[in-house]
Design a protein around this ligand. Structure first.
Ligand code: HEC
Length: 418
């Protein structure tokens, strides 16, 4: 008995070495699947990249949804896929208590176009609207960047040099190079789209796990980290500096640069936001009034006011850096709607609710304080980030369904680009 336990632990440790590291999930304990036809196939086809606990802990899905979901991770012969679908739909049906999308009509029209990433199982984490009109994404679980031309639908992938680097966020510099954070390997990388050549820069200790990058007006790349630091990389020289937040144990998450060149970030592990002195790298923290607030991403309006997606409390927040004043609105999908990816187009805020089914795209007019919402056609499966294009559309990464999308906005004058 004792011996068997030791063998099991040793096997788990050995498997953990073989499996790629994750940043946002635990591999967890071995799972006993319920018996039934198809069980063996699930065990064979679904354990290559993650544990079966990903299936047992999931929200559960309908018979229609299961093949779309695992079809975005692995290509299987039709008969195997059918048997696996039967098994999963019977044993892991949609759980009853998932909040439903709340659709609010309004004056604006949105047209969604979605593209599945060529390499399966890569799960685009962040999207980027490049200046030439193309859409880029980070293929977090397959160590690559991808690009789609929305006019032709042509797609290209750019494999990175370091395996399992976990490309997480990405940003374009003035020369059209694409910079990304390699969250698993503590690096910032640069891809030259013309040649595909990759240059990597090590993030200095004690900073670890670089998360979201943004480039300021002068070509300085600022990035958040999971280790409670914010960093700065000079894109001309590659020089990197990191700075620790005043509070211990923070998790600087989304980051944006305001019109004066000052980076602002939100802290996903506390009820606070922060600003960074772009020259001295001194970090200042500002509390949000509700202790349970967990702002995950932010957008800035042209008046340099911060709008944040409060993931934990299902609300949209407004923080005025001049006065420190905070105002909040409950998100249409309710307290469990998990607002996540967010962007601004002029005075209009756009974000996605990742906790409702299907995920929504939400529009909030900061002048009239009115919401309008849309269901994302593919279901969205967690839009971890979004970004405005130059002409006021939105690009989205639909991580769980291995897809990137553009939401083309038509309607009112107030949607004009910044
Ligand atoms: C090529 C790799 C790969 C294979 C093979 C694979 N998956 Fe996944 N799957 C992933 C990745 C990557 C994640 C996200 C892991 C994380 O968040 O840490 C994931 C997550 C999931 C989740 C969690 C829900 C979600 O969308 O986040 C479910 C359910 C799931 N997989 C089902 C399956 C099933 C069923 C199979 C077999 C038919 C399968 N997977 C095979 C890559 C794979």
């Amino acid at each position: 008995m004792r011996q068997r336990a030791i063998v099991a632990v040793a096997t788990a440790a050995f498997l953990a070495l073989l499996l790629p590291a994750t940043t946002e999930g635990q591999r967890g304990q071995p799972v006993q699947l319920p018996d039934g036809p198809g069980k063996d196939m699930v065990q064979a086809a679904c354990t290559k990249c993650h544990g079966l606990n990903f299936i047992s802990n999931s929200f559960g899905f309908t018979r229609e949804e299961w093949p779309k979901l695992f079809g975005s991770m692995v290509a299987l012969p039709r008969s195997d896929a059918d048997a696996i679908t039967d098994y999963l739909a019977k044993n892991f049906p949609e759980k009853p208590n998932i909040p439903k999308a709340v659709i609010i009509p309004g004056p604006v029209t949105v047209n969604f176009r979605e593209w599945q990433a060529p390499t399966l199982g890569q799960r685009p984490h962040d999207p980027l609207a490049a200046r030439d009109g193309s859409i880029w994404w980070t293929g977090q679980y397959q160590s690559r960047l991808g690009r789609v031309d929305p006019r032709s639908g042509a797609m290209k992938e750019f494999p990175l040099d370091t395996p399992n680097s976990g490309p997480h966020g990405l940003v374009e510099d003035k020369d059209g190079n694409i910079w990304y954070t390699g969250i698993n390997v503590h690096e910032i990388g640069k891809v030259d789209p013309k040649t595909g050549a990759v240059t990597e820069y090590k993030v200095p200790e004690p900073a670890r796990n670089p998360h979201t990058p943004i480039i300021d007006q002068k070509g300085m790349l600022f990035f958040t980290t999971q280790s409670g630091h914010v960093g700065r990389l000079n894109t001309a020289t590659g020089e990197i500096r990191v700075s620790k937040t005043p509070t211990d144990g923070t998790y600087p998450y989304g980051i944006q640069v305001n019109s004066k060149g000052v980076p602002w970030y939100v802290d996903f592990r506390g009820n606070r936001v922060g600003s960074v002195d772009p020259v001295t790298m001194e970090i200042k923290e500002y509390p949000l009034p509700n202790p349970d607030a967990r702002p995950r991403r932010l957008a800035l309006t042209p008046d340099d006011v911060m709008w944040y997606a409060d993931y934990a409390r299902g609300s949209l927040g407004r923080f005025d850096p001049k006065t420190g004043q905070v105002k909040e609105w409950p998100s249409p999908g309710g307290k469990d709607s998990r607002p996540y990816g967010i962007a601004s187009v002029g005075d209009v805020i756009w974000y996605s609710e990742s906790g409702v089914k299907p995920n929504t795209l939400v529009r909030f007019d900061t002048k009239t304080e009115k919401f309008q919402t849309w269901a994302i056609p593919s279901g969205g499966h967690v839009v971890r980030n979004m970004m405005a294009t130059r002409d006021g559309n939105l690009v989205l990464a639909e991580s769980g369904i291995n897809t990137v999308a553009i939401a083309e906005v038509r309607g009112t004058r107030s949607t004009a680009a910044r």
